[in-house]
Ligand binder design. Structure first.
Ligand code: ADP
Length: 151
């Protein structure tokens, strides 16, 4: 059976920390779908479709990785695309508390859906989309943190 993982997130924007999780995930899964939940579009800094296109461009030479958006529950989308794994990253205990709750809930809804966590690589541990949005808003160069051009 093909091991397909969803890597769900806001990715507003997708960062070098996210990219690292995806590339390391390639050793574990046959296919990784980076997917952006389209529920909170109005609060985003970068539009969903813009980010999906940028992520697809970034991984255009890797057939095992693609990006998409979805509506509704992540577990339902996993079922729809035949994914039996969720991939998530962990930076610290705050991430852990949050991820633990979400993973338990998802597993309750869809018993075969396992969440697999990759601990952040230390050089990316400090990178967050929130900080990047803040720096970008005030005109700072964020190219060290984002693997594609934001324009
Ligand atoms: P969400 O809004 O669902 O938390 P994010 O786009 O912020 O989504 O993050 C998606 C996933 O990537 C989460 O599991 C988050 O913990 C993880 N992540 C974010 N930044 C990093 C990083 N620098 N290193 C490793 N994992 C990260």
């Amino acid at each position: 059976m093909k091991r397909i993982a969803l890597f769900p997130g806001s990715f507003d924007p997708f960062t070098k920390g996210h990219e690292d999780v995806v590339l390391r995930g390639c050793a574990l899964f046959d296919e990784i779908i980076v997917c952006i939940g389209d529920n909170s579009n109005k609060n985003r800094r970068f539009p969903v479709q813009f980010s999906v296109d940028k992520i697809n461009d970034l991984f255009q030479n890797n057939d095992a990785i693609r990006a998409s958006s979805y509506h509704g529950l992540t577990a339902d989308y996993a079922k729809e695309v035949g994914a039996n794994f969720l991939l998530r990253g962990l930076r610290n205990t705050t991430d852990f508390e949050y991820e633990n709750t979400i993973a338990q809930a998802n597993r309750h809804i869809f018993t075969n859906l396992e969440t697999v966590f990759l601990i952040t690589s230390p050089q990316y541990a400090h990178i967050s989309s929130t900080i990047i949005r803040e720096l970008y808003k005030y005109g700072q160069d964020v190219s060290d943190f984002v693997p594609y051009s934001l324009s």
